[in-house]
Design a protein around this ligand. Structure first.
Ligand code: NAD
Ligand code: IPM
Ligand code: MN
Length: 373
C-alpha cells in the first residue's frame, strides 16, 4: 500500500477460462454482518466468483452438534480456490469448540502455515502514537500458523481439585520454523512501499526464557538469514518487540514470529493502525486454497447493533483477490477503503458516525467513482 500496488508472492496458479470458487463461512456475531458488506463489491469489481456459503457457526452447532463435518477439509482443498471467513465465537458455546474445530481445524487441516497480517496505517489520524505517519507504520507480520501451543498437546490431571496440574505443550519443528522464516524473506523481497532502501526481516522470539523451542527459531533464523545477505536481518525478544511496535514501528518491514506471539502482536499492530476494525489477515499455503479473515473476533458486545466496522472485512477480501491472482481488484478495493477512511466516512470505533451498512455504502460509492474516473 502507501501508493505502491501490491506484489503478492503466495498466490494461486492462473486458471484461465474458469471461475474461481470461493467458500464463505460467515460464522458468529459480527462475522455475518461484515461479510455481507464485503461481498457487495464482488459484482462491481467485475471478476465473477462462484460463491458457496457454509453454515458452520455456534447457531449451527447448537442445532446440529456439528462443527467441521467429515469430508469438509478434502472438499475445500480440492474444489475451492479460497475461503472468506467472518468470525467464530459465541457466549452460548463457552468452551470455544466451534472456533477450535472450524478455524483451527482449517488452519491445521489445510496446512495454512503462513498467517499474513498487514500492519499498514491508512490515515495518520487513526494512529494513537504521536507523530507517526503512514510511512512509519507500514509492515507485515508473518505469524507461524500450524504449531506452537495451538496444537493443543497436553492435558490436565486431578482436574477441579486443589492439586490440579495443567500442561500445554509448545510444539516447534525445524520444518515448520524454517518454512515460515523462508516465507518472510520471500515477502521481504517484494516491493511494498517501505521508506527503507534495503528490505528488512525481524525475527521475534523469547529464546532467553525458552532456550529449547526458541533456540530452534534462533538457529534456523541464522541459517536462513545467511542465505539472504541482501536483506537486513535482525532479532528482538518479544517483550521488546511489543514496545518497539509502539515506539518505533518504522524499524519494521517484515516481522516473523511464532503462533502465539503473532496472535498477540497483531492485535497490538491493529491498535497502532486504529484498531481491530481495520485489521485484515490471510491464512495461507502458497499456491493452494487459503483462508482470509479479519483479525477481529465475533465481538458479541456489539453484534446485531449495526456498529461493526466492515473495513477489516473489505481489506481481507482484497487479500483474497491478491491470492486469486486478481491483485488489480485487491488494489482497487484497498484504494476505495483508503479514500473512505480519509474522508471520515467511517464507523464509531474510528471516530465516525456511520453504521456498518452505511460504511459499506461508502466503499461501494467510492469504487463506483473510481471506476468512472
Ligand atoms: P473481538 O475481536 O471479538 O473484540 C474485541 C473488541 O474489539 C470488542 O470490544 C469489540 O467490540 C471490538 N471490535 C472487534 N471487531 C470490531 C469491528 N469490526 N468493529 C468495531 N469494533 C470491533 O475479541 P474478543 O472479544 O476477545 O472475542 C470475542 C469472541 O471472538 C471470542 O469467542 C473469541 O474467541 C472469538 N475470536 C474469534 C476470532 C476469529 O474467528 N478469527 C478472532 C478473535 C476472537
Ligand atoms: C485470531 C484469533 C484466534 C487465534 C482464536 C479465535 C483461536 O484470536 O485469529 O487471531 O488465537 O488464532
Ligand atoms: Mn487473535
Amino acid at each position: 500500500m502507501t501508493g505502491v500496488d501490491s506484489v503478492y508472492p503466495f498466490g494461486l496458479a492462473p486458471a484461465p477460462g474458469r471461475q474461481r470458487r470461493i467458500a464463505v463461512i460467515a460464522g458468529d456475531g459480527i462475522g455475518p454482518e461484515v461479510v455481507a458488506q464485503a461481498l457487495r463489491v464482488v459484482e462491481p469489481l467485475g471478476v465473477p466468483l462462484d460463491i458457496e456459503h457454509f453454515p458452520w457457526s455456534a447457531e449451527h452447532y447448537l442445532k446440529t452438534k456439528e462443527t467441521l463435518p467429515t469430508g469438509a477439509l478434502v472438499r475445500l482443498r480440492d474444489e475451492f480456490d479460497a475461503i472468506f471467513f467472518g468470525a467464530l465465537g459465541d457466549p452460548r458455546v463457552p468452551d470455544g469448540v466451534v472456533a477450535r474445530d472450524v478455524l483451527l481445524g482449517l488452519r491445521f487441516g489445510l496446512d495454512l502455515y503462513i498467517n499474513l497480517r498487514p500492519v499498514q496505517l491508512l490515515d495518520e489520524r487513526l494512529c494513537p502514537v504521536k507523530g507517526k505517519t503512514r510511512r512509519d507504520v507500514n509492515f507485515w507480520v508473518l505469524r507461524e500458523n500450524t504449531e506452537g501451543p495451538y496444537v493443543q498437546m497436553g492435558g490436565s490431571f486431578k482436574r477441579d481439585t486443589p492439586d490440579e496440574v495443567a500442561i500445554s505443550e509448545d510444539l516447534n519443528t525445524r520444518r515448520g520454523v524454517e518454512r515460515i522464516i523462508r516465507a518472510a524473506y520471500t515477502l521481504a523481497k517484494v516491493p511494498h512501499g517501505s521508506a527503507h532502501p534495503t528490505p528488512r526481516v525481524c525475527m521475534v522470539d523469547k529464546a532467553n526464557a525458552l532456550p529449547h523451542a526458541h533456540g530452534l527459531w534462533q538457529r534456523t533464523f541464522r541459517v536462513v538469514a545467511a542465505e539472504h545477505r541482501e536483506v537486513q536481518s535482525s532479532h528482538l525478544f518479544v517483550d521488546v518487540a511489543a514496545m518497539e511496535f509502539v515506539r518505533t514501528p518504522e524499524r519494521f518491514d517484515v516481522v516473523v514470529t511464532s503462533n502465539l506471539f503473532g496472535d498477540i502482536l497483531t492485535d497490538l499492530g491493529a491498535a497502532i493502525c486504529g484498531g481491530l476494525g481495520v485489521a485484515a489477515s490471510g491464512n495461507i499455503h502458497p499456491g493452494r486454497c487459503s483462508l482470509f479473515e479479519p483479525v477481529h473476533g465475533s465481538a458479541p458486545d456489539i453484534a446485531g447493533k449495526g456498529l461493526a466496522n466492515p473495513l477489516a472485512a473489505f481489506l481481507t477480501l482484497a487479500m483474497l483477490y491478491d491470492h486469486l491472482g486478481e491483485a488489480h481488484c485487491g488494489d482497487r478495493l484497498r484504494k476505495a477503503v483508503e479514500q473512505v477512511v480519509l474522508a471520515g466516512r467511517v464507523t464509531r470505533d474510528l471516530g465516525g458516525t456511520l453504521s456498518t451498512s452505511e460504511c459499506g455504502d461508502a466503499v461501494l460509492a467510492e469504487l463506483a467513482t473510481a471506476t468512472r474516473n
